[in-house]
Design a protein around this ligand. Sequence first.
Ligand code: HEC
Length: 455
Amino acid sequence: MSTLSASRAGRTGRLISLAALALMGAGSLLGRSAGPPTERTGAGVDGGANCTVCHRGALANADQRGRIAIDAASYRPGVRQTVRVTVEHPDALRWGFQLIARYASGETRQAGSFTPNAQTRVVCGAAGTAAPCNGEREFASHTAAATVLGANGRMAFEVEWTPPAEDVGDVTFYAAGIAANNGGGNTGDMVYTTSTVIRNGAGCALETPTIREVSNSASGAPNMAFNGLTSIYGANFSPTGRARSATEAEVRLLAFPKQMDCVTVLVNGRPAPITYAGSGQINFQAPFDQLNAATVQVVVNRGLANERSSAAFSSTISQLQPALFTFNGRSVAAIGPDGTTRVAQPSVVPGARPAKPGDVVSIFATGLGVTNPAWDSGDIARNASPLQVPISVEVGGMTVPTADILYQGAAAQAISGLYQVNVRLPMGLGAGDQTLVIRQSGLASQAGVTIPIVP
Ligand code: HEC
């Protein structure tokens, strides 16, 4: 499963998991030390390709003696700053890079602009036309002269970047670099990729945030569950109209960010990982190491002079709070036997299909407690991790035999608070929307959830 967007009625519940990273794209073999083609930083939003398209050999980042780093301080709107891209490898003699800057809230959007200098050339869009780019996507790359400088195991390229004139929230940089052997060709060179997210150092212009509700992201039940995916509703969390999910760059380190744009969520005073932040809603993951009474606070511009904090909202964290994600508040978020097709009426989710009796479907939940292995909140569950407290499943009033619950645990490659249950649907199910309930330790998932069945 690569992405699951699930919501309950009338609300923008959102879930993120790892964006699939496409590795390769097509590329023609042209003489390129004068500057690589565009869209080669490895950013998924540009197709995911990097310099290995032509500089064949090991995959990017395979040779662990080298690395690439982006050094960028938080920005002040409109104030030009230097972004340093450093490529290192003990054996390399020649260097190159490509760097992009995008809105974290929408990575197709160009953030600010690069200014060419002796080390940097700037070209625009897929075709790599000459700057100025006038708002089109910009690609900063090495100049031919710069590739042969600095043969002492590392090369730092200094790129001039002017941020957008207005506060646009977080900005994401992606870079690819080459630590080359100066062979004059495209073999024997090491490729590295990286990304980073920077904030607006002036903070967001916001009033004091207020919290109205803290509830289970799947069911809307009040309060939090151990490691559970949780939503906060209220006001002044982000500037009006600004909303975003965790980016591929943030998730790349296999953990979700504990500050998104200007927003921090504190649970018992400690920052919690955030998956989505909008002006009136935040989705985050509750802690894995605290239970019972807990306070929740939303802090904007944390650590800046204009920091503002909501009042502490009193909540609780329980060990278990079984809750099913749905597509529309009713139709359970489920994936069919092929692992990709969503199970729903097409009127609910375009392209989806109802399930058949006997199908093995995956349904998604939160609040199912400790898994083995256990994951920290904010982690990506990197492999199958069964529940410690088993669940039972009831479909259309029939209890599914334990042998037909093929997996119950963390959803692999997703945030650790997302649970997946693979269940074989009973053969005797009739046509139509059948109720679906999971039970765990005497607790039931929310009422009114159904799965559509066709014979
Ligand atoms: C479309 C194919 C292609 C892509 C993509 C490509 N290169 Fe190259 N590159 C070449 C070729 C061919 C050469 C050798 C000829 C030359 O130097 O012009 C080369 C040479 C180089 C050299 C000189 C290497 C040496 O050992 O002398 C550097 C540095 C370089 N590329 C950097 C990059 C970087 C950085 C990227 C990714 C951002 C990249 N290239 C992507 C084709 C490509």
